[in-house]
Design a protein around this ligand. Structure first.
Ligand code: KG4
Ligand code: ZN
Length: 349
């Protein structure tokens, strides 16, 4: 059988990424440029800055990925993220992919970004240095996709037969980490800084609500974020009228650490307990956890206690990347018309 090399292009948020993957599993090149540091002063991604950075990075990033396979003759098809994501960012990747498909006369495939995240775990081979890869997940598998933009639980019975079991009804879990960090005066991105503070804190010192869904698989994290604010105001001896921006200056280091620990504990309990319940019901062979929050060591420790094997893609493939886009396109082959493909900022699964 002839091999198929797909160039993936991913520009849904603040990463500009291109990768070449052979037959959905062999990673040949993986290039990611991130504008994350430009958003640090604002404590969150600024869409206009993200889109401008996409425009600056897209050509060099694609060039580097394609050069690694000896040029365009080494590419059989192009795959691109159609959505969900920031419209300005999506447009840069979408229009680049359409133009290149026409210019280079390659088939074009469109991909749902959320659906692509677990496909990072389908990359099982590479000659690139520094990757820890595992065997591909076995069907049926449950995927927990947790990042700054998503919190989704999906069952994949095959590449074409999948079902969204639940998702966040408000903030994504990574977004909640980022917002809590902001309230506590910890640096952006919030995930790593809340985690570092939490290690030194005592979760039991602050009472926060249990946000584990009582039934079903939908999550909610915005109430937990507000509960952190209220608990912080109370620790500072103030009432709810104290602006969140004034709180961090009134809290001691150890109070912030306790708040971080209590928040992280509740967020992880909600994710783990819901995943465990879903695993009992759907009996997956494997569980895949993908997205930036999958880097959280406390989450990993909690999930590793589950009886089902849990697969984490290499951390470079947990955050936004184009390898997952190329891999899903190989298995799914959702053809797109390069003259017509539109981006879908609210694309659902
Ligand atoms: O997948 P990602 O790089 O970008 C998208 O949002 O698509 O995820 C970034 C998110 C941020 O919200 C960040 O705070 C969170 O992942 N994150 C973490 C950790 N590292 C990154 N959350 C918790 N613990 C971490 N160690
Ligand atoms: Zn993502």
């Amino acid at each position: 059988m002839t091999q198929m090399r797909i160039l993936g292009i991913e520009t849904s948020c603040d990463e500009t990424a291109a990768a070449v993957v052979e037959d959905g599993r062999y990673l040949i090149s993986n290039v990611v440029a991130s504008s994350a540091r430009l958003h640090v002063p604002y404590g969150g991604v600024i869409p206009e800055i993200a889109a401008r950075s996409q425009l600056e990075s897209i050509v060099p990033v694609i060039n580097e990925a394609v050069t690694a396979v000896g040029g365009w003759d080494g590419i059989d098809a192009i795959a691109v993220t159609q959505g969900p994501g920031l419209i300005g960012s999506l447009l840069i990747g979408g229009l680049s992919a359409r133009s290149l498909a026409l210019l280079r006369n390659k088939p074009l495939y469109s991909v749902n970004h959320v659906q692509a995240h677990p496909y990072a775990a389908f990359i099982e081979k590479t000659k690139l240095p520094g990757y820890k890869l595992k065997a591909q997940p076995r069907f049926p598998y449950l995927a927990l996709i947790v990042s700054g933009g998503h919190t989704q639980l999906v069952i994949y019975k095959s590449h074409h037969n999948y079902r969204l079991l639940g998702q966040t009804t408000d903030d994504a879990v990574g977004e909640a980490f980022d917002k809590v960090a902001k309230v506590l005066g910890l640096p952006y991105p919030g995930g790593p800084s809340v985690n570092t503070a939490a290690k030194k804190g005592r979760a039991g010192n602050v009472l926060l609500p249990d946000v584990t869904p009582k039934s079903g698989c939908d999550f909610s994290f915005s109430g937990l974020k507000t509960a952190v604010l209220r608990a912080g105001q109370s620790l500072a001896g103030k009432d709810f009228t104290l602006p969140s921006s004034a709180l961090s200056g009134l809290l001691s280091v150890s109070q912030k650490q306790d708040l971080a620990a209590a928040f992280q504990d509740r967020a992880i309990t909600a994710l783990t307990a819901t995943l465990e319940r879903a695993a009992k019901e759907y009996r997956p062979t494997d569980i895949v956890v993908a997205g930036g929050v999958a880097a959280n060591v406390a989450l990993r420790a909690a999930l590793d206690r589950l009886p089902t094997p849990v697969i984490y893609p290499d951390i470079k493939l947990c955050t936004d990347n184009a390898a997952m886009v190329a891999s899903l396109a190989y298995y799914q082959r959702q053809k797109a018309d390069p003259l017509k493909l539109g981006v879908e900022p609210n694309l659902s699964m």
